[in-house]
Design a protein around this ligand. Structure first.
Ligand code: ATP
Length: 235
């Protein structure tokens, strides 16, 4: 039997009153790929990612990570999985390293080697002693991903990690995503930027008003449309 995919979601639906925020979404993410979940603001990206992680319950459908459903199996189903969906809140008057130490302690252990590795990977090794208060937005985002890396994930879900960053911050974040992928981590990345998804992702789902309107390989999409697909977003 083949190993279960990192993500297999079928028929996910989430309604808020009359609004169907996520409308029968299927997502399959294969191991070793970077999967782009692309759509404009309000398309339902965050809601989808929160359902995948078991943070909210879908009205219909199922989401499995490595074949396990976090809603049924709890934290054990999230072994090897990390999410950057809600940016973690850091203690501003403590250093980046101290913040990670506290998070590692909450997760049941202090892991100096893992903290060193995470800080190195996210490019903060030289600034780890500085108070988070003095970090740029991009550095805080990268520290957030460093926190996710403490779980030693095989699968990482990143919700719009570049939103709100200046050009240098975006470049650093994209470089980091490439590095994580090169390290063998499977990544689901949501974005409203076509160019970003084109640069980083192997496959893409394009979502509008909660629905997936295209799913497949990016090169096939670009070939079939004969031009760059145009989304009405702020790309
Ligand atoms: P953004 O980039 O703006 O976060 P998104 O694609 O992540 O967009 P969602 O945040 O998933 O979109 O929201 C999808 C729709 O569902 C929006 O219209 C939003 O207002 C609505 N929505 C999300 N969460 C709730 C909630 N808890 N209660 C009511 N409506 C919600």
């Amino acid at each position: 039997v083949a190993a279960p995919h990192p993500i297999e979601a079928r028929g996910l639906v989430k309604r808020y009153g009359h609004l169907t925020a996520v409308d029968h979404v299927d997502i399959t993410v294969e191991a070793g790929t970077v999967y782009g979940y692309l759509g404009p603001n309000g398309a339902g990206k965050t809601t989808s990612l929160r359902m995948l992680l078991g943070l909210i319950r879908p009205d219909e459908g199922t989401a499995k990570l490595f074949g396990r459903d976090p809603l049924e199996e709890g934290a054990a189903a999230l072994d090897g999985v990390a999410g950057f969906v809600e940016a973690p809140r850091f203690y501003p008057y403590l250093s980046g390293r101290r913040n990670l130490e506290l998070m590692a302690a909450l997760d049941g252990g202090d892991a100096p080697d893992r903290i060193d590795a995470a800080l190195e990977t996210v490019g903060l090794a030289g600034r780890d002693g500085d108070k988070v208060k003095g970090y740029s937005h991009g550095m805080k985002q990268r520290l957030g991903i460093g926190a996710a890396l403490l779980r030693d994930p095989r699968l990482l879900l990143l919700d719009e990690p570049t939103t709100g960053l200046d050009p240098a911050g975006m470049r650093d974040m994209r470089e980091l995503v490439r590095r994580l992928a090169a390290d063998g981590i499977t990544v689901l990345l949501s974005s409203h930027l076509m160019g970003e998804v084109e640069e980083l992702c192997d496959r893409v789902a394009i979502v509008r008003s909660g629905r997936v309107i295209y799913e497949g390989a990016l090169d096939a999409l670009l070939r079939s449309t004969g031009q760059r697909y145009r989304l009405r977003t702020t790309d």
